[in-house]
Design a protein. Structure first.
Length: 247
């Protein structure tokens, strides 16, 4: 199966209005790309980002959305609001949200569901902590996280993008080896295949300290369809190099 690579920048809580203009300008100039490219920016910047990227070969998304459509949920942002701006992607279940905001597997699944209902593509993150890996629980943890989403979405699971992000590799400079990552990606692909006949077309991204010098080897693995890039997505030259590694 020849799946087009997808490279997504996750800016996390970084950026400034002025700095974003430079970064997005550089990304636009470097296009078009062989891979699909997107950036997920903080909420207040999204309208600016949408404007800056008009007509560019770069899509954009958000880093989270509410599991609710509207109502008394102070501080939350809904999927229909994002959709109004032409948002394409929304990250759900990032390990930082699971850890710091106590997001459960079911909440993450509910967010993916509401995103899909508004024609946004959820990027569903799964991944084990270092303690879980060392205890030999990697497979069980990612399968449990994935299975909540499969159960909630049913056959619509084929419309999501999955991102495998080992928590111990995020922002630490410790990348999973291509073999370690491929093993988990293959496991996830098999689990998705049992749920959907379209699983062979689904994109499973790797995230966790992806840099220009390790991207190509990671992306060359059979079940790795691109990356979710944190730190390196804030530097235009590095992010562009990673996008090109997805050729
Ligand atoms: P990192 O972050 O590339 O800085 O490790 C990846 C992520 O958290 O999505």
């Amino acid at each position: 199966m020849n799946r087009r690579k997808l490279v997504v920048g996750n800016w996390k809580m970084n950026g400034t209005r002025v700095g974003n203009v430079d970064l997005l300008g550089a990304l636009r100039e470097a296009g078009p790309y062989v891979a699909e490219v997107a950036v997920c920016a903080p909420f207040p910047y999204l309208a600016d980002v949408a404007l800056s990227l008009q007509g560019a070969d770069v899509a954009w998304g958000a880093q989270d959305c509410s599991a609710h459509e509207s109502g008394a949920y102070t501080g939350e942002v809904s999927a229909p609001m994002l959709a109004e701006y032409g948002c394409r992607y929304v990250i759900v279940g990032h390990s930082e949200r699971r850890a710091y905001h106590a997001e459960s597997d079911q909440l993450v699944a509910d967010k993916a569901k509401v995103a899909l209902a508004h024609k946004l593509t959820p990027i569903v993150c799964v991944g084990e902590t270092l303690a879980e890996r060392e205890a030999g629980q990697t497979d069980a943890v990612v399968k449990r996280q994935m299975s909540a989403v499969i159960h909630t979405l049913g056959h619509c699971i084929s419309q999501v993008v999955v991102a495998y992000e080992p928590v111990w590799a995020i922002g630490t400079g410790k990348t999973a080896t291509p073999e370690q990552a491929q093993a988990v990606h293959a496991l996830l692909r098999a689990q998705l295949k049992a749920a959907s006949e379209k699983a062979g077309e689904m994109k499973i991204l790797y995230g966790g300290s992806v840099k220009p010098d390790n991207a190509a080897t990671l992306f060359a693995q059979a079940d790795i369809d691109g990356g979710l890039i944190g730190g390196a997505s804030l530097k235009a030259a590095d992010f562009i190099a990673i996008c090109r590694a997805g050729a």
